[in-house]
Every structure is written in C-alpha cells, then in structure tokens.
Design a protein around this ligand. Structure first.
Ligand code: UDP
Ligand code: MG
Length: 306
C-alpha cells in the first residue's frame, strides 16, 4: 500500500532531475509514510532518461514512465495520475519552481478532509514581466468567460485525493486542460499559498507557441462564448440596420426627406447581420456537438450514504 504518489513531468530536464529527486526524497522521507515517486519522461531528447534510470536503479520507490516522444505537459501529468497507486496524488514540476517543502502543508490539509489542495502562487520569482502579466491576464480572462470558478494564479502543483484521481480518469477528452478538469469534477477544494521560485536550472519548456496552445485549450475546453459570439454580433448588426431603416422611413414620411446612402447602409447591415446570426446559430450546434464529443460524465458522485 502506498499512501502518497508524487507525479513529476520531465521534458529535457537533465540539469534538474537529480536535484528534484533529492529534494522530493528528503521531504517525503521526513513524512514517514509509504510513498512512490513517479517520474514521467515526456520524450526528452537530452540525458534526462539516463539520469532518471540511474536513480531508479537504486531506489525501488521511484518509478519511471517514459513516452516514445514529446506528448506535452498535460498528457504527461495525466499519465502519471493514471499510474499513481497512492491514496493522495501530488503533481509537481521538476524544475523546483514549486517547492517540495510545501507538500507537507498540503498533506496536512488532506488529513483535515480536503480532497483537492492546490498551490496558489502568492508571488513569482525570477519570471519575466511578460510571463507574469500574461499569466495574470489569462487566468482572469478565462474566469470571466467560463461558467465554472477556476482558481486564479494556480498551476498544476496540487494534491488530489484518490476519489478525485478516479473521477479524473472518467473524463476522456483529448485536449486536456488538467487544472480546469480538477475544478470541474468538484469535491472539497482548498489551497495553500506559496511563492513560486526561480527555476533550479535550465530554460522554460513552455515557449510562446506552447503557451498560446495551452491557453487556447483552456478557453475552448471550458467556454462556449467565443463560438457563440456570432449570435450577439448578428443581433447587434440587425438591430442597428432596423434603427437606421425606421429612422429613414420616419424622415421620409414627415419631411419627405430620405438618404439613399443610409438606406443602402441599412440594407447591407441587415444582410450582414443575418449572415452573422446564421454563423452564431451554427456555433450553438457546434458547441453542443463539442460538448457531446468531450464525453464527460453527466455528474460525479462525491458520496453515497446507505
Ligand atoms: N514539461 C513536460 N512536457 C512539455 C513541457 C514541459 O513534461 O512538453 C514539464 C517540464 O519538464 C516541467 C513542467 O512540465 O517539469 C513545467 O514546465 P516549465 O517549468 O518549463 O514551465 P513554466 O514553469 O515555465 O511555465
Ligand atoms: Mg517551470
């Protein structure tokens, strides 16, 4: 029986893997309950895998899952959670930006009965102003657009209970925005605050392109507003065309005065508005199809009594 599973995704982290292992090991040994470390090698092209293999050789608590190529951070942590056998599962970045020393605080909350304990970043050290600002803006925009309350300033550093981990396995969607899914499944959630540290070594594995793709996954998976925007635009445009048309009729009836340009504008706006509205209606169908395609369960049961 394993009480804790620690899931660590790694992509080209050769400079970091040894130190991550040492820090995690010392924290987990201090807790004194059975645990496993699951290192997920996400198709690293450097010596990450060799280094991890050498560590696993002399430590039976360490398990490695190695992908055949780079499948991405979110898939890597999903694989780690699928393989986890613990009663509580902690996901943590390899680069030590999320300090392992916060894990005991998470465990304490878990023992109080919380089923999700996420790490909330009270501050970020050593990240560019652009990264800080874009992250702030992204989490807030996403929240404004979605119906579920996604916690702001949190990453994937969190502890989840076995029941939450099992619930996540019932969500088959492919474009996974894991932190959103964790919120979606519900359960009793709380947080601990920590300061995000500088990377221990190496560069970020999230270049702008990956970051944008990640942001798009979050938006598209959890908000239908973008696809339905045609409806709003269409109704606005049609309303404007009707207002202009009515005013022209009124001015023709009372003052025998009519502007040809305004009439044309009204006619064009009306047709354009209809087109936008039709696109919006298609969007509504598409959004529902997407919802069906995601195949999420209708509900997640937290507890049954008798
Ligand atoms: N990572 C991964 N696959 C990827 C990109 C990143 O497994 O395609 C891992 C990476 O090794 C690290 C974690 O995901 O453990 C977070 O990545 P990173 O620290 O580069 O992101 P940042 O902190 O800059 O947002
Ligand atoms: Mg990092």
């Amino acid at each position: 029986m394993v009480t804790y599973s620690i899931v660590v995704p790694l992509y080209n982290e050769e400079e970091v893997v040894g130190e991550a292992y040492r820090r995690l090991k010392s924290v987990m040994d201090g807790i004194g309950e059975p645990y496993e470390l699951i290192f997920v090698n996400d198709g690293s092209k450097d010596s990450t895998m060799d280094k991890a293999r050498a560590l696993a050789k002399q430590d039976s608590k360490m398990r490695i899952i190695s992908f055949s190529r780079n499948f991405g951070h979110q898939i890597a942590i999903t694989a780690g959670m699928d393989a986890a056998r613990g009663q509580a599962v902690v996901v943590i970045d390899a680069d030590l930006q999320d300090p392992p020393e916060v894990i005991p605080q998470m465990i304490e909350k878990w023992k109080e009965g919380w089923q999700v304990v996420y790490g909330r970043r009270a501050g970020r050290k050593g990240e560019t102003l652009f990264k800080k600002l874009s992250a702030k803006l992204f989490y807030r925009t996403l929240n404004a657009l979605t119906d579920i309350e996604l916690p702001v300033d949190t990453g994937d550093f969190r502890l989840i209970d076995r029941s939450v981990c099992d619930a996540l396995k019932t969500l088959p969607e492919r474009n996974r925005y894991v932190r959103g899914l964790v919120t979606w499944v519900g359960f009793r959630q709380t947080f601990v605050e920590y300061t995000r540290q500088e990377r221990f070594a190496g560069q970020t594995k999230y270049p702008l392109k990956k970051m944008l793709r990640f942001a798009a996954d979050g938006m598209v998976s959890f908000s239908q507003r973008p696809i339905k925007i045609g409806k709003t635009l269409g109704i606005t445009t049609i309303s404007a065309s009707i207002l202009i048309g009515v005013y022209q009729l009124y001015s023709w009836a009372t003052k025998s005065n009519i502007s040809e340009i305004a009439c044309w504008a009204a006619a064009i706006l009306f047709v354009q508005g209809l087109v936008l509205l039709c696109i919006g209606i298609q969007g509504a169908y598409l959004a529902r199809m997407y919802d069906e395609a995601k195949g999420r369960p209708l509900y997640i049961i937290g507890e049954v009594i008798n």
